[in-house]
Design a protein around this ligand. Structure first.
Ligand code: DC
Length: 234
């Protein structure tokens, strides 16, 4: 019997490894992986590039008028094993991960018209199933009928340390990186994500909680595969 190609929704706090899990899982299952955080980051970058963010304030009318000009696509890069994000045909993978976008993206993702447009695009991408999507509202808003919903978390300190190590590995000579400012950013994003009016981050009633503070990658994958077996998804 051919197993049906399901929809797997992964939500949770920022920097707790959702995208790594989602990527590995998609590979294991032969599914497509969609990083919805990258979509909100690309919109943020677009707003910055067009001067629609001034001192942290967003020019809402201007952004709304240009919303349909934003085309976000992904292309899988086998050498680097990553899904490269393109904004209007230009690769923005590095730029959208920088601190400036990170500092503005929480605010951009509170805007209702931005969310509505992103949700529409995400639902379209997952229409055929066979998808692993990670974000904040995938199990609650985008795919409330997902075949499996995972809610991931880890302590803020552990998440900040992982993010610090990641950035340091990319820029070993950058002495401006500070653990404290990254921890601050993690906590700030948690607060904004879970208190915003529009689709706040919350665990769906039927989601499975995965706290990976003290799990390594393999333990985490084994744990998830056991859940998938239980649900007859593998
Ligand atoms: O997963 P990430 O850190 O790349 O997400 C970037 C920001 O986008 C984060 O502040 C939360 C927001 N986001 C969201 O509101 N809804 C999603 N589905 C995905 C991300």
């Amino acid at each position: 019997m051919q197993l049906k190609k399901g929809v797997i929704a992964i939500d949770g706090h920022s920097s707790c490894g959702k995208s790594t899990v989602a990527k590995d899982l998609a590979k294991e299952l032969g599914y497509v992986y969609i990083d919805t955080g990258a979509m909100y980051r690309a919109v943020t970058l677009f707003a910055m590039q067009n001067g629609f963010i001034q001192d942290g304030e967003i020019l809402l009318d201007e952004l709304q008028n240009k919303l349909n000009d934003i085309k976000i696509t992904f292309r899988y890069q086998p050498e680097e094993k990553l899904n490269e994000t393109f904004l209007n045909g230009v690769s923005v993978e590095d730029e959208i991960r920088g601190l400036e976008v990170s500092n503005n993206v929480s605010t951009v993702s509170t805007i209702a018209f931005v969310r509505h447009r992103m949700v529409e695009l995400q639902q379209e991408m997952g229409r055929e199933g066979g998808i692993v999507m990670d974000g904040r509202d995938i199990g609650t808003v985008v795919f409330p009928d997902a075949d499996l919903k995972l809610f991931m978390t880890a302590s803020p300190e552990i998440r900040a340390q992982r993010r610090f190590d990641e950035l340091k590995a990319k820029n070993p000579t950058d002495n401006s990186l500070s653990f404290d400012s990254i921890l601050e950013n993690v906590k700030h994003r948690d607060f904004v994500d879970s208190t915003r009016e529009e689709s706040p981050l919350k665990m769906a009633d039927d989601a499975v909680l995965l706290d990976n503070s003290h799990m390594n990658k393999q333990e985490q994958m084994d744990w998830i595969m056991a859940v998938l077996h239980e649900r007859n998804l593998v």
